[in-house]
Design a binder for this molecule. Structure first.
Ligand code: COA
Length: 252
């Protein structure tokens, strides 16, 4: 059986994350032994050349993973929609989620929250029935990890679906596909990058890009996963998102 490794990089400024440093960048891959060297070199390059600033701390972790634990899922279908300005974002979200079981008030209050969030390090998991946070650590949230594209699938898929290849977008689609496969009803994501205002929404196997999700130059952003807590075991859901190795595309 083929051997696989999870390779994870995170960088920060002003000390390590654990010592209060500011997060600069993160990246992760699932690779074979022969890919380890090039992958780690690429990650170190990414850590040292980021628009958010120069990192003075880099953590690089390499862990072997059990091939029997690996799961394979399909990517979401990518859709583009028009959203002229951040003033119309709520209307757009409401239109896209008109058939969803998410109450409008809850949707709008979580949208208001993600575009102002500068605390949560991962995503907030929200129960659509009670409107309550289901993840246990409020400032931490849930961070999706241990996922990657199946390389051959990605090469073919990205040429067909993405047109000009965009690494950032491909990473977001991979992450969102794992989130959806976990049983999430809808994800809404808005980057905290002041220059990057395009966010996304996922619903019914679609990844819908939303331009002007937030106001330009805003340094805030966040992520929310809507779930039906009556139909999910939350501990299993979080465990899957954080630790189960998942390849997007390909077959086992
Ligand atoms: N943003 C801010 N802080 C982060 C972070 C992120 N994306 N990822 C890690 N950290 C910091 C946190 O302080 C964290 O402590 P916490 O668990 O109490 O929150 C600390 O680093 C250690 O995190 P850990 O999960 O042990 O990091 P890791 O070495 O296993 O690396 C990454 C994980 C960085 C590769 C992963 O989080 C990541 O960013 N993957 C890229 C895809 C992605 O963007 N996922 C997150 C979306 S929800």
């Amino acid at each position: 059986m083929k051997k696989w490794y999870s390779v994870r990089m995170r960088s920060s400024k002003g000390g390590s994350h654990e010592n209060g440093g500011q997060h600069i960048s993160g990246a992760e891959r699932l690779v074979t032994p022969v890919e380890l060297e090039t992958t780690t070199t690429e990650m170190i390059r990414r850590a040292t050349m980021h628009t958010r600033g120069e990192a003075d701390f880099i953590s690089l972790k390499i862990e072997s993973i059990q091939p029997s634990e690996i799961q394979y899922i399909l990517p979401l279908c990518v859709k583009e929609i028009i959203n002229e300005s951040h003033h119309t974002t709520k209307k757009v979200l409401q239109e896209q989620l008109v058939s969803s079981p998410i109450p409008q008030e809850l949707l709008f209050s979580l949208y208001d929250w993600i575009i102002q969030d500068n605390v949560t390090r991962g995503a907030a998991v929200i129960d659509i029935n009670s409107g309550k946070r289901m993840d246990p650590m409020i400032d931490r949230g849930v961070r999706v990890s241990h996922f990657d594209w199946d390389k051959e699938f990605k090469d073919k898929w990205s040429t067909e679906k993405l047109g000009v290849y965009n690494e950032r977008r491909a990473e977001a689609i991979a992450l969102a596909s794992k989130v959806a496969a976990a049983g999430t009803i809808c994800e809404i994501c808005c980057s905290d990058d002041p220059e990057y205002t395009t966010g996304y929404l996922t619903y019914q196997h679609n990844f819908i890009r939303i331009p002007n999700m937030k106001q330009k130059n805003s340094p805030y952003g966040g992520r929310v996963f809507f779930v039906d807590a009556k139909k999910l075991d939350i501990d299993e859901y979080i465990h899957y998102l954080e630790t189960t190795p998942v390849f997007i595309g390909g077959i086992s």
